[in-house]
Design a protein around this ligand. Structure first.
Ligand code: FEO
Length: 171
C-alpha cells in the first residue's frame, strides 16, 4: 500500500504522461501538415512511448492496491513556427517531466517508500534518454539551418524510428 499523498502524486504523473502523449500527437499532426512524414513518424513513436510510460505507472498504482483516478487532459499547443521550434519545445517539455519525476522520487524518499523509489528509478534513467534524444535533434536542426536539403535528409533518418514495446512482466 502506498500513502494517499504518494497515490495522488503518482496519479498526477499518469496525467502528465498522457498529456505528453497528447503533446507529441499534436506535434505529429504539425509535421504531417508540412509533409515531413519522417518527423511525424518520430512523434508517433514518442506518443506510443508516453502511453507506455502512463500505463507503467497506472499498473504500479493498481499493483500496490491503490486507486487510479483519471483527470482531464489539458489541450496541447497546435502550432509552432518551425521544426526547430517543435523540438525545442519537446526538449523543454522533457526537462519539465524530469523535474516531475525527481519530485516523485523526493516524495518517495521522504515517505521511506522504498518500493516506489525503486520503481521510479526506471523513469529517472528514461528521462536521461528522453532529454538527450530531443536535444540531439535540436542540435542537428541548428546545424542545418543554412542547408535546407538537410531537413529532408533528417526526415528520412527519423522515418526509421520504431516503437519497441517493453517485454511482458517476468521476461
Ligand atoms: Fe514520459 Fe517523455 O517522458
Amino acid at each position: 500500500m502506498i500513502s494517499k499523498k504518494m497515490e495522488k502524486a503518482l496519479n498526477g504523473q499518469v496525467n502528465a504522461e498522457l498529456y505528453s502523449a497528447y503533446l507529441y500527437l499534436s506535434m505529429e499532426s504539425y509535421f504531417k501538415s508540412l509533409n515531413l512524414n519522417g518527423f511525424a513518424n518520430w512523434m508517433r513513436v514518442q506518443t506510443q512511448e508516453e502511453i507506455m510510460h502512463a500505463m507503467k505507472i497506472y499498473d504500479f498504482i493498481d499493483e500496490r492496491g491503490s486507486r487510479i483516478t483519471l483527470k482531464a487532459i489539458e489541450g496541447p499547443p497546435t502550432q509552432w513556427d518551425s521544426p526547430r521550434a517543435v523540438f525545442e519545445a519537446a526538449y523543454a517539455h522533457e526537462q519539465k517531466v524530469t523535474g516531475l519525476i525527481n519530485g516523485l522520487v523526493d516524495l518517495a524518499i521522504k515517505e521511506k517508500d522504498h518500493a516506489t523509489n525503486t520503481f521510479l528509478q526506471w523513469f529517472v534513467n528514461e528521462q536521461v534518454e528522453e532529454e538527450a534524444s530531443a536535444d540531439a535533434i535540436v542540435q542537428q536542426l541548428k546545424m542545418m539551418e543554412d542547408a535546407p536539403g538537410g531537413l529532408f535528409m533528417l526526415d528520412r533518418e527519423l522515418a526509421q524510428r520504431v516503437f519497441t514495446p517493453p517485454p511482458a512482466e517476468g521476461q
